[in-house]
Design a protein around this ligand. Structure first.
Ligand SMILES: Cc1cc2nc3c(=O)[nH]c(=O)nc-3n(C[C@H](O)[C@H](O)[C@H](O)COP(=O)(O)O)c2cc1C
Length: 192
């Protein structure tokens, strides 16, 4: 990680749905911040269901790629739907893979910004606690800040772009994430 290059963020969507609102939020944010950071969306489509039987010294390729993408990123943005008051199984499964081998979580020390969205007026807020708790368990530096919750998300995305007000709301979280990334870089530079 260079001190001078643009921060490299990855985006993880908790939805595999082709027209996912959560993935669209990440894409909209990526375009919005392109002048000051790179945000690449890492799809979870090929991640198999977790089993210790296949979590060997040679794990599935998609898992190798996911772990490397997280480990090499300066920061992570997670956008998840709420499924039955929790995060999606797809996202939890990916976090479980990323957390292993034990003690070597790809998320160790990684600044992470979380967001939820839903077509409901609650915006997925009930999934936030689970997401924060799991990320804490796997060593991530979850940004503790006002939660990014996007209710009635279907009304806030037009042609794949978030409306001005919602984008501003999410951008404030990205600003905080980039501050955490800079602070991490300063610590790494001091330690070098
Ligand atoms: C299995 C399932 C459970 C859901 N449970 C909730 C829920 O508890 N709360 C909520 O606000 N929306 C719930 N929804 C609606 C999703 O939040 C909504 O479909 C959302 O748009 C999915 O995100 P996506 O557009 O990124 O795929 C549920 C949807 C599914 C398929």
């Amino acid at each position: 990680m260079s001190t001078f290059t643009k921060p490299r963020l990855i985006g993880i969507s908790g939805s595999l749905r082709q027209n996912s609102f959560n993935t669209a939020i990440l894409a909209s944010v990526a375009a919005d911040i392109a002048d000051r950071a790179v945000l690449e969306i890492v799809p979870l489509n090929d991640i198999p269901l977790y089993s210790e039987d296949i979590d060997t010294a040679t794990p599935p390729h998609a898992v190798v790629r996911l772990r490397a993408a997280i480990a090499n990123a300066d920061g992570v943005v997670i956008a998840s739907p709420e499924y039955n008051y929790g995060i999606s199984g797809v996202l939890k499964n990916a976090l479980d893979w990323a957390s292993r081998p034990y003690g070597k979580s790809a998320f160790n020390g990684k600044p992470v910004l979380t967001a939820t969205s839903s077509v409901a007026f609650t915006g997925g807020v009930r999934a936030q606690a689970q997401l924060t708790e799991t990320l804490g368990a796997i060593g991530a530096h979850v940004l503790i800040r006002p939660q990014i919750v996007v209710p009635a998300v279907h009304e806030k995305l037009k042609d794949g772009k978030l409306d001005h007000a919602t984008l501003g709301f999410v951008r404030a979280g990205i600003d905080d994430l980039l501050k955490a990334v800079q602070a991490n870089r300063a610590v790494l530079k001091a330690a070098a």
